[in-house]
Design a protein around this ligand. Structure first.
Ligand code: NAD
Ligand code: MG
Length: 382
């Protein structure tokens, strides 16, 4: 049977790699979205012939409409457009490859419409993990992880035969600044932060990898996906990114999933699960790799790790506050308006400032996100 999918964020790193594996998985595409990269979206639309194309940016959507005027593809804009793509009647699975908490409302809408979610957009779970997991259970939809670590855990869980996980071990590359001290991190530049050793990704997640906030976000993502408390999730720096993560059982046995660092495998598995099909991913040669190294993470030089543990312990709206502040601070950093080392400092400031709420509604989450961004921007303006 043909897989019927929509891709939110089709023009990004995960989005284009999803398009790249479509030929391997026998899929047809109902809808594609972008923020404003309409040149690439038009190209993708002409090749994949979706029913709907969306540009979040209103001006870009107008241009896209003109560009696709000779086709019968519908064009929409804004959040309404993203939700229309996420709930399109011609798809069963949504690949959520937008960056940031802008993915939350479309993901919730897709779940309510009964669509399975191939989830790359980790910010959604960090902000509203409880709401998203509750909605998925209520509507019996699957949340299939695309993030490589969570896909690795998911693949290991297939071998668990229903036995409970005792511990998750998330691997982290350590990013471009591994081994640097807090003092040395005061000197690093945007260009250096954007040079990831193992993965080619969008600018926001690449910056998150450099601050290690990416691993913090993934800790919270794992907590919601696998129902383990924060103290049952360890992080180990593994520079080569060959072991994508591990699980441990009550008897102490540990299972790992290995492979070359290539996102096309986890994307493909999220879309073919439980089946496996041939892929374009290069095969692993351990002899060529030679050795694998492991280190404890440094949460003094990389305080984002401590902030994420705090958010994972406190739950409630704290993940939304941490994430909103981080998106705002990374945005400033990428405009050269904030030094690298101040990113976690501003996130901590927002987490101290915005009041904690225990069982937030969706409106509370959206308000916490706004308040966190305001706290960062206000602090910056002083
Ligand atoms: P990217 O920046 O390359 O692409 C983001 C996509 O979202 C683009 O299509 C862009 O047009 C769209 N977009 C951006 N802002 C938007 C907005 N305000 N409204 C609507 N659409 C918008 O990012 P990426 O690296 O592909 O990452 C996407 C998501 O996947 C992130 O949540 C990231 O954490 C996660 N992820 C990425 C990787 C990776 O290897 N790139 C790995 C694991 C998880
Ligand atoms: Mg990851």
């Amino acid at each position: 049977m043909k897989k019927r999918i929509s891709i939110l964020g089709a023009t990004g790193s995960i989005g284009t790699q999803t398009v790249d594996i479509l030929s391997s998985i026998n899929a047809e595409v109902a809808a594609l979205t972008t923020n404003r990269n309409i040149k690439l979206l038009e190209e993708q639309a002409r090749a994949l012939k979706p029913k709907l194309c969306v540009a979040f940016d209103e001006a870009a959507a107008k241009e896209l409409k003109i560009a696709l005027a000779d086709t019968d593809i519908e064009v929409q804009a804004g959040m309404q457009g993203l939700i229309a793509a996420a709930t399109h009647t011609d798809c069963d699975t949504i690949v959520t490859a937008v960056v940031g908490m802008v993915g939350l409302l479309p993901t919730l809408a897709a779940i309510e419409a009964g669509k399975d979610i191939a989830l790359a957009n980790k910010e959604t779970l960090v902000c509203a993990g409880q709401l998203v997991m509750n909605a998925a259970a209520k509507h019996s939809v699957k949340i299939l992880p695309v993030d490589s670590e969570h896909s690795a855990i998911f693949q290991c869980v297939q071998a668990a035969q229903g036995n409970a996980l005792d511990r998750i071990i998330l691997t982290a590359s350590g990013g471009p600044f591994f081994g640097k001290t807090a003092e040395e991190l005061k000197q690093v530049t945007r260009k250096q932060a954007l040079q990831h050793p193992n993965w080619s990704m969008g600018a926001k997640i690449t910056t998150d990898s450099a601050t290690m906030m990416n691993k913090g976000l993934e800790l919270i993502e794992a907590m919601w996906l696998y129902g383990l408390s924060e103290d049952k999730i360890d992080i180990v720096v593994h520079r080569e990114s060959i072991i994508h993560s591990l699980i441990e059982f009550t008897d102490g046995a540990v299972l790992a999933q290995l492979g070359m660092p290539d996102m096309r495998l986890p994307i493909q598995y999220a879309l073919t699960y439980p089946a496996r099909v041939p892929s374009k991913v290069p095969r692993l040669s351990l002899a060529e790799i030679g050795k694998m190294t492991f280190f404890a993470p440094d949460d003094v030089a990389f305080p984002a790790l401590r902030l994420a543990r705090r958010a994972a312990q406190q739950r409630g709206n704290v993940g939304a506050v941490m994430n909103g502040a981080n998106e705002a601070a990374v945005g400033l950093f990428l405009q050269d308006a904030l030094p690298f080392w101040q990113i976690p400092e501003l996130v901590a400031h927002a987490m101290d400032e915005v009041p904690m709420q225990e069982n937030p509604t969706l409106d509370d989450i959206l308000e916490s996100d706004r308040a966190a961004r305001a706290a960062v921007n206000h602090w910056k303006m002083r």
